[in-house]
Design a protein around this ligand. Structure first.
Ligand SMILES: Nc1ncnc2c1ncn2[C@@H]1O[C@H](COP(=O)(O)OP(=O)(O)OP(=O)(O)O)[C@@H](O)[C@H]1O
Length: 575
C-alpha cells in the first residue's frame, strides 16, 4: 500500500492565489490607452475627420457671415466668388467629414474594443480557476462586458470630442487674434473656462460618484447572479425578500447617482452656454468699439461675432465627456485588477517537455500547498507514489486536502515545497497545458455546459467517434438514459446540467473524463450524488475500465474498491 507521509516544510516558493488589487493604480486610464494604441492608424483619421467637421462648421458660419455682410456693400461678383465657392465647399465638406468621422470612428473603435476584449479574456485564462475565485461571478461579468465597453467610450465620447474641441478652440482663437487681438484674448479666455475649467470641475465632482456608481453596479450584477443561480436556496430559507431588497437598494443608489451625475452635467452645460453668451456679447462689444474707432471693417465685425458664437458649439459635449472620463477611470482600474493580477501558477520560461503517451508514473514527495499565502497549508509534507499503470484510490476525511492534491497535480494551484515528478520531470518546470495533456480528468467542481450531451462529452476529445462516445457513456452507465431521450445525444442539458438529476450529471462528467483518456487519469468524487449501490458498481466499473492506466481516484465510498491496486488514506492529522 502506498502511504502518505509527513515531511518538513520548505521555503515559500510562490504566491498561492491572487486577490483583486487593493491599492489604486496611478494611471489606469493610460494603461487602458496603451492597449488601444495599436489601433491608432484607424483612430487618428477618425479624430482628424471629427475635428475637420467641427472646423468646417465654424468656418462655414464665419465665411457665410462675411459673405452676407460683404454682399450688402454690393461688391463686384468676382471679389466674393471665392467666398461663395468656400461656403458651398464647407457646407458639403462638413457633412462628408461628419460621415467619415462616424464611419471611421466606429469602425476603428469597434475593432479596438474587440481586440481589447480578447486581451482581457487572454489575461483571465491564466488566472482560472484558482485566480478568479477572488472575484464575484456577476462582478467579473460586469468587468468583462461593461468595463471593456468603457474603452469604447474613452475613444468615442472622450478623446475624439476633446480633439475636435481643441482644434476648433485653437482655430477660433487664432482667427479672432488675427482680426482683433483683444477680442482673441477674451475669446481664448472664455473658451479656456468652458473647455478646461468646467470639464475639470465635472471630472473632480464625478470622481467619487463614478466610483460609488460602479461599485453599486457591480453589487447589483453580483446580486442578480445570486438571485438567479441561488433562487431555490434563497426561497427555501426565506432569504429571497432580503436579497431582493438589497438589489432594489443597489438599483435605487444607481438611479440616485445617475440623477446627480446628470444634474452636474446639465449645470456644467449651462455654464458653457453662459460662457458662449458672454463671449459673443464681449467680442461683439469689443468689435463694435474697434469699428467705431475705424480700426475694424464691418465685415470683420460680423465674422468676429459669429466666430465667438460658433466656437463654443464644439465645447458642448465636453462636460458629458468629463463625466464619462471619470467613469472610464473606474472601469480602467477594475480592468487593471484583472489584467495585473498575478497568475496563481507561474509558467516556466523554458518548459520541460512531457511525454504524451502512457503509462507514466507520478512521484509526490513532501508536498506543501497553500491556497493563499497567509492561509494555513491545505497539504503539508504529503508523499504519494502513483506507479505507472496502477490505480490508486485516495480516501480521507473531508477537508484533508484530497481535491487540493488533484488541483496541484493538474497545476491549478502551485506547490510551495516538496516535489511532484512525472516521467522524470519536476511538474513546476513544465507548461500547465502540457501537464493537463498528461494528467487530467474530473475535478471537484467539474462543470456541465449549457449545450448538448454530445458537445459536453466532445469537449474532452473533439475528434471522438460516435463509437468512442458510446463506450465512454456505457462505462459511466449513462448510455441507456441518453439513448432513451427523445433527442438522444442532441439533448440540451441547461446551465450546469440543470435538466439532469445529480446522479446523471455526475455520470456525464465521468463519461467525459473517461473519453479524455489521458496517460494519468484523476477523478475527484466521481460517484458523488449516486446511491450507495450504484456508486459501488460505478467505482468497480471505473477500476475495471482503467486497468493498466495510471489513475488517482478520490472517493468517500468504501465499497466497490476491490479492484484498486492500493487504497491510501490522506490523514490531515499526519500532514
Ligand atoms: N480555493 C480555496 N481557497 C482557500 N482554501 C481552500 C480552497 N480550496 C480548499 N481550501 C481549503 O483547503 C483545505 C483542503 O480542502 P480540499 O477541498 O482539498 O479537501 P478535501 O479533502 O477534498 O475535502 P472534501 O472531501 O470535503 O471534498 C480545506 O481546509 C479547505 O478549506
Amino acid at each position: 500500500m502506498t502511504s502518505c507521509t509527513a515531511a518538513a516544510p520548505g521555503p515559500l516558493a510562490s504566491p498561492a492565489s491572487p486577490s483583486p488589487r487593493s491599492h489604486p493604480r496611478r494611471h489606469p486610464t493610460l494603461g487602458l490607452l496603451r492597449h488601444l494604441l495599436p489601433y491608432w492608424r484607424r483612430l487618428l483619421p477618425a479624430a482628424l475627420a471629427a475635428a475637420g467637421s467641427d472646423l468646417a462648421g465654424a468656418a462655414l458660419m464665419a465665411t457665410a457671415s462675411w459673405l452676407i455682410t460683404r454682399a450688402a456693400e454690393q461688391p463686384p461678383l468676382a471679389s466674393v466668388s471665392l467666398a461663395i465657392v468656400a461656403v458651398r465647399a464647407l457646407a458639403l465638406g462638413r457633412g462628408a467629414l461628419r460621415y467619415t468621422d462616424r464611419l471611421l470612428g466606429h469602425d476603428g473603435v469597434l475593432r479596438a474594443v474587440a481586440g481589447f476584449r480578447t486581451r482581457v479574456y487572454e489575461g483571465l485564462v491564466p488566472l482560472a480557476p484558482a485566480g478568479t475565485l477572488a472575484f464575484r461571478g456577476g462582478d467579473l461579468l460586469t468587468r468583462l462586458v461593461d468595463d471593456v465597453d468603457a474603452a469604447q467610450d474613452l475613444l468615442l465620447r472622450v478623446l475624439i470630442p476633446v480633439a475636435a474641441a481643441c482644434a476648433v478652440a485653437a482655430a477660433a482663437t487664432g482667427t479672432a487674434m488675427a482680426l482683433l487681438p483683444q477680442a482673441g484674448v477674451l475669446l481664448g479666455l472664455l473658451l479656456a473656462v468652458a473647455g478646461l475649467l468646467v470639464p475639470a470641475l465635472v471630472l473632480a465632482l464625478s470622481r467619487r460618484t463614478g466610483r460609488t456608481e460602479k461599485a453599486a453596479r457591480a453589487e447589483l450584477a453580483a446580486l442578480t447572479v445570486d438571485l438567479t443561480r441561488g433562487a431555490a436556496d434563497l426561497a427555501a430559507y426565506g432569504a429571497r425578500g432580503r436579497t431582493h431588497d438589497r438589489a432594489r437598494r443597489a438599483a435605487s443608489r444607481i438611479a440616485a447617482l445617475e440623477r446627480r451625475g446628470a444634474l452636474t452635467t446639465s449645470l456644467a452645460s449651462a455654464v458653457v452656454l453662459l460662457c458662449q453668451g458672454a463671449a459673443t456679447a464681449g467680442v461683439t462689444w469689443l468689435a463694435l468699439r474697434a469699428h467705431a474707432d475705424g480700426a475694424l471693417p464691418a465685415v470683420r465685425l460680423t465674422v468676429l461675432a459669429v466666430l465667438a458664437l460658433v466656437a463654443f458649439e464644439a465645447l458642448v459635449p465636453l462636460p458629458a465627456a468629463a463625466r464619462r472620463l471619470a467613469e472610464v477611470r473606474v472601469s480602467a482600474r477594475r480592468l487593471a485588477d484583472v489584467l495585473d493580477a498575478p497568475p496563481p501558477v507561474t509558467e516556466p520560461l523554458d518548459p520541460a517537455p512531457l511525454p504524451t503517451e502512457g503509462p507514466v508514473g507520478v512521484e509526490i514527495t513532501g508536498l506543501r500547498v497553500r491556497h493563499h499565502p497567509d492561509a494555513p497549508p491545505a497539504l503539508q509534507g504529503v508523499s504519494l507514489r502513483l506507479p505507472p499503470g496502477r490505480r490508486i484510490v485516495l480516501v480521507g476525511a473531508s477537508g484533508s486536502g484530497k481535491s487540493t492534491l488533484i488541483a496541484a497535480l493538474m497545476r491549478f494551484v502551485p506547490y510551495e515545497a516538496g516535489s511532484i515528478r512525472v516521467a522524470g520531470r519536476e511538474l513546476r518546470d513544465c507548461a500547465g497545458a502540457d501537464v493537463r495533456g498528461l494528467i487530467t480528468g474530473m475535478t471537484q467542481d467539474a462543470h456541465v455546459f449549457h449545450a448538448t450531451l454530445r458537445a459536453n462529452l466532445l469537449l474532452a476529445r473533439p475528434g471522438a467517434s460516435e463509437a468512442e462516445l458510446r463506450v465512454a457513456a456505457r462505462r459511466a452507465r449513462i448510455l441507456e438514459w441518453i439513448e432513451g431521450l427523445p433527442d438522444g445525444w442532441d439533448t440540451l442539458v441547461g446551465g450546469d446540467g440543470a435538466t439532469m438529476s445529480g446522479g446523471q450529471r455526475q455520470r456525464l462528467l465521468l463519461a467525459r473524463a473517461l473519453l479524455a483518456d489521458p496517460p494519468v487519469l484523476v477523478l475527484d468524487e466521481p460517484t458523488e450524488g449516486l446511491d450507495p449501490d450504484t456508486a459501488a458498481d460505478v467505482l468497480a466499473d471505473i477500476l475495471d475500465a482503467t486497468r493498466g492506466r495510471t489513475t488517482l481516484l478520490v472517493t468517500h465510498e468504501r465499497s466497490g474498491l476491490a479492484g484498486a491496486d492500493a487504497v491510501v488514506t490522506l490523514d490531515r492529522a499526519r500532514h
